[in-house]
Design a protein around this ligand. Structure first.
Ligand SMILES: [Zn+2]
Length: 69
């Protein structure tokens, strides 16, 4: 009589919301674990993915940014 399955009740993958895989927890796969790691490494983890903030054009010019594409 084991109605409560701890695997199912676990939190979903924080990256893609799929069910977590115990082998990669708290992620569902190696790929999502890599995505999360990459977010940390690139320093964007704490910042929501919004690209609206450049609209004002107040961003200070960065050295070597003359080449726009
Ligand atoms: Zn995932």
């Amino acid at each position: 009589m084991n109605q409560i399955d701890r695997k199912i009740s676990a939190a979903p993958c924080p990256i893609c919301r799929k069910p977590m895989d115990a082998a990669f927890k708290p992620f569902c796969s190696k790929r999502c674990a890599d995505i999360d790691l990459n977010r940390w490494l690139t320093g964007v983890y704490a910042v929501p993915v919004t690209e609206d903030e450049d609209e004002d054009g107040e961003r200070p010019a960065e050295p070597g940014e003359g080449d726009r594409s």
